[in-house]
Design a protein. Structure first.
Lengths: 773, 178
């Protein structure tokens, strides 16, 4: 399989570790613990206020750091005068591009190598200087006293103008990041010639920003040459490796701890400059430093889902065969190459059977904060185009939209050279989702009622798949069992709020016959836990759970061997249940763990598990179909989402509750993407962001989300994908949502709004164009 | 090396925090949020914006929910404050905390303290709220993880239990639709 050239680092092929991987785990049959709706093992900490997030930490002698950011979209810093700031009460350090500490170029982010405080500021919010002071107020006051001379440059804020002659240049190399990427299979010209209907439509999505509730931030402390960072991150090892590389330190001397964090959604997968800045401030002052960004800073400088411009041309035969699809996409990485069109064409390439496909992707630069992976990069946008096109095609040939999709469910991953999927539940998602929703009945009812008032009802469907399901190596986990039968799990993975700890405790409990909350967990600490990749891309459970299972099985094997010797029976007849070794054949043969002499002598046994490779020449992919009902007020342009049914094939459901959490959270994020969220740049006048707060950057609230959301889990019993059968649910949950709403709006009004967010202004304008409203 | 702390003359106020009277000295420009987190070490109260937009910093001031990032510490002299740390009795969680934990209404948990206190104020005033009343009461609290559904369900279940009913979560709440 050829990797998507623009694949994010967390799904790029990673070499296998040169350790023995456990490949001999039989798939589970009936499970006793896994799959149950169990509450979080750390629920108490999260509801009682005792969980310590990085911003909650106070260390003796700790200073507060703050970063001065460029107020212009494009400027050269010609001079920075910190003398007045440095002399203010409580100020202990000030760093700028002109302090010796920052003279070197530093590889402080993937692919970017500049000074930390690069005098060439290419976006509003670029770091210009930093201070550390005794209190947070003193630090903020000091920032205001720093005098910076900016030489403003012409800016480019609209990527649609990036390639026009005379457009301001974001980087010397121009406004395009890399070559235009072309993918092709079959012959689209021939495909279009075979079609009975060919449709061609443009689509656009505005830029969406992650804005987790918890601000980005960390606490940095040095002990001699060793640095410890308490970081709000999705991957402690990501931060360890990047900070070490930037500061020129061995990995082993950088310890990153990330026990609790308040959401990331991709914006905390990679390392941010502020972590390096905090480390340097702490080094300079020989004091611990806490550096927490403000909400404004997080809206400007720690990533976004880039705006996308798409055109999709598609041909279909009367019988529902899709004959050809041609897709053009462009997107805005921001001020540096950052995946502006990352995976944008994947839905078109792989969701439906189609022999002739051609896609072209162009990544553009603008003077705005760089993109970062955001829950299913590229996919909600690609699905916004593809799934609305599917509806339009269905209408054009007089076929039901669900039926057209079912007709074209693929059994192989065409974009990967026709390798089969380990499992595909897309058909079941569509059919069982439609049944749970009452699709046929509600459509018939709306048709009968005629939708005559100003408030119009409509229903919509959209499907989706996620490219990077299934996870993969490397990952190592360690399970320890003590002489009293209690268990400790050690893994490097972060629990970013999704329930990773809970699911892994359940896996251990399943194998060792103990209660999940009896499993003590050490996690997300590079100083004391095993290596794990960052938690993102829906890959945490499918990556970590097989390694954890292998570790538990390893310790179980050792334990049963000890027991078999003492009980003088065949080891194959023994298993663990409720803290005892029991025979599967003779109920009289039983021994509690605490009575095992071998375990008493050793005091503990340790099992190690590694994540093995995914099956060769197979694709592991989660699928989804979502259905929604909306009410559109054609007078005001308001859309009310009335209900959602989400049918998902993400492989085994590891925990019903954490699974539903992902689905409902994903739908809500999709509602934001489709209806309310937009980074507004003042593209003509100042180039600055015009909605730098949550009042103007609108997240869905409880009033915007239907109380009627239903999750229909589809478990295809995938025994091939990995040793636990889970494929990942976080990203797929948000992929079809906006497109389903778009289709429902069309069903209600007959007007297709192709531009997100579909806010009242855009909808009223579209209705007016059609002579309504 | 001496480590001088803030220079401004501290303000000293007396307030009742989670049932205990205490005196606290702090720089007079600080918000209640900062006083709680920095001067009283009550870091269960979180901050998401410090601009009055997210509800994450909600605490009860004389039993009414307030955004502690918008209230000056100085304005709290002689008043009663309840934070998430004051909801449990010892290690026994408040019914709202219990249902939030059991139903998965707390994912990353960052918005949770704010939701809990807003919900507590609602249930104190209205033991049998409708869904619309719950929505209206909690609409000022943002959550980026849960999608709010589990939060409704947790508030409803806790309300039933606080009324003395022997309520259990619905099957669909636990298993989705089969
Ligand atoms: S922190 Fe107070 S409302 Fe956001
Ligand atoms: S649980 Fe994460 S923000 Fe609400």
């Amino acid at each position: 399989m050829k990797e998507h050239p623009d694949a994010q680092y967390y799904i790029r092929g990673i070499e296998l570790p040169e350790t023995e991987v456990s490949t001999d785990l039989e798939p589970w049959g009936e499970t006793r613990v896994v799959g149950k709706p169990l509450p979080r093992v750390d629920g108490y900490e999260r509801v009682s206020g005792t969980a310590v997030y990085p911003a909650d930490l106070t260390l003796p002698g700790m200073l507060y750091g703050a970063i001065l950011r460029c107020p212009h979209p494009h400027a050269m810093v010609t001079a920075v005068d910190v003398r007045r700031a440095a002399a203010m009460p409580g100020v202990r350090a000030a760093l700028t591009a002109f302090t010796p500490l920052d003279r070197a170029t530093r590889p402080h982010a993937d692919m970017i190598r500049t000074q930390l405080f690069d005098p060439h500021c290419r976006f509003q919010g670029e770091a210009v200087a930093a201070v550390a002071a005794e209190t947070a107020y003193q630090a903020r006051d000091a920032l205001r006293a720093i005098q910076v001379q900016y030489e403003e440059r012409p800016f480019l804020a609209d990527e649609r103008k990036a390639l026009e002659p005379g457009a301001p240049q974001v980087r010397d190399s121009g406004n395009q990041a890399g070559e235009t990427q072309v993918y092709q299979r079959g012959d689209v010209a021939r495909g279009f010639a075979e079609a009975d209907v060919v449709l061609d439509q443009e689509y656009r999505n505005e830029c969406e920003i992650h804005t987790p509730m918890e601000l980005h931030g960390c606490v940095a402390r040095w002990d001699g040459d060793r640095l410890t960072l308490w970081e709000s991150t999705q991957g402690v090892y990501n931060v360890q490796m990047q900070v070490a590389a930037t500061l020129g330190m061995p990995f082993s001397l950088v310890r990153v701890v990330g026990h609790y964090m308040g959401g990331g959604f991709g914006s905390k997968l990679q390392t941010s400059k502020y972590s390096v800045v905090a480390a340097l401030l702490a080094k300079t002052t020989a004091r611990p430093v806490k550096l927490v960004l403000t909400r404004e800073e997080t809206l400007l400088a720690v990533g976004n889902r880039p705006a996308s411009n798409m055109r999709l041309k598609a041909g279909v035969k009367r019988d529902g065969t899709i004959t050809a699809m041609q897709f053009w996409g462009s997107g805005a990485s921001g001020s540096e190459p950052a995946g502006g069109v990352s995976l944008l064409d994947w839905p078109v390439r792989d969701t439906y059977t189609c022999a002739n496909v051609r896609t072209e992707l162009t990544d553009l630069l603008i003077n705005a904060g760089p993109a970062r992976p955001f829950r299913a990069p590229g996919h909600p946008q690609g699905a916004w185009a593809l799934e609305q096109m599917m509806d339009a095609l269905a209408e054009a040939i007089g076929m039901d939209p669900v039926a057209l999709r079912v007709r074209n469910v693929p059994t192989v991953s065409q974009a990967r050279g026709n390798v089969p999927y380990t499992s595909t539940g897309l058909r079941q998602c569509l059919e069982q989702g439609a049944a749970a929703f009452g699709w046929d009945a509600v459509r018939a009812e709306i048709a009968r009622q005629g939708n005559r008032g100003t408030v119009k009802r409509g229903v919509g469907v959209a499907a989706g798949l996620w490219v990077a399901g299934g996870g993969g190596p490397p990952s190592t986990a360690v399970v320890k069992i003590f002489a009293d039968g209690s268990v400790n799990l050690n893994m490097g993975a972060s629990d970013i709020g999704t329930g990773t700890k809970t699911v892994m405790a359940m896996v251990v409990a399943e194998e060792l016959g103990v209660a999940p909350d009896a499993v003590e967990i050490e996690h997300a600490d590079t100083g004391s836990t095993q290596f794990a990749t960052g938690s993102g891309g829906s890959k945490t459970v499918p990556t970590e759970s097989p390694a954890v299972r292998a570790a538990a099985v390893d310790v179980k094997r050792q334990l049963l061997e000890l027991a078999a010797e003492e009980l003088k029976v065949e080891v194959s007849t023994l298993t663990l249940r409720d803290g005892k070794v029991v025979s599967t054949q003779d109920p009289a043969v039983t021994r509690s763990l605490t009575e095992l002499q071998g375990l008493r002598r050793r005091r503990s046994l340790t099992g190690v598990g590694y994540r093995g490779p995914n099956p060769a020449n197979k694709a592991v992919t989660p699928f989804a179909a979502q259905f929604c009902e909306v009410e559109v007020d054609t007078a005001s342009g308001e859309v009310r989402v009335v209900r959602f049914v989400a049918a998902h094939d993400s492989g085994r459901v590891m925990n019903q509750l954490t699974y539903q959490n992902q689905v409902f959270g994903g739908i809500t994020m999709g509602i934001g993407f489709g209806l309310t969220e937009e980074r507004v740049l003042d593209v003509d006048q100042t180039g600055k962001m015009a909605n730098l707060n949550w009042h103007d950057y609108k997240l869905p609230t409880m009033l915007d989300v239907p109380a009627d959301m239903t999750c229909v889990p589809i478990d295809p019993k995938d025994t091939e994908c990995n040793a636990t059968g889970a494929k990942g649910i976080g990203e797929p949950a948000t992929i079809p949502t906006a497109a389903a709403i778009g289709n429902a709006i069309y069903h209600a009004t007959g007007v297709r709004v192709t531009h997100t967010p579909v806010d009242p202004l855009r909808l009223v304008a579209a209705l007016a164009e059609r002579g309504e409203g | 090396m001496p480590r001088p702390r803030p220079t401004a003359d501290p303000a000293v106020i007396t307030l009742e925090v989670n049932g205990e009277r205490c005196a606290v000295a702090f720089a007079p420009h600080k918000t209640l949020l900062e006083v709680l987190r920095e001067d009283l070490d009550l870091t269960g109260t979180k901050h998401g914006c410090e601009l009055g937009e997210c509800g994450t910093c909600t605490v009860l001031l004389d039993d009414a929910p307030v955004l502690s990032c918008l209230v000056l510490g100085l304005a709290c002299d002689g008043r009663r404050v309840r934070t998430v740390e004051g909801m449990a009795e010892g290690a026994r969680l408040h019914p709202l905390q219990e249902t939030f934990a059991d139903l998965g209404a707390a994912q990353c948990g960052y918005c949770t303290p704010g939701f809990l206190l807003t919900a507590q104020a609602l249930l104190d005033a209205n033991p049998r709220p409708t869904r619309d009343e719950i929505k209206a009461a909690l609409a000022g609290n943002l959550c980026r993880c849960t999608g709010y559904l589990k939060i409704y369900e947790a508030v409803e279940l806790a309300a039933a239990r606080l009324r003395g009913e022997d309520a259990e979560p619905a099957r669909e709440t636990l298993y989705g639709r089969r």
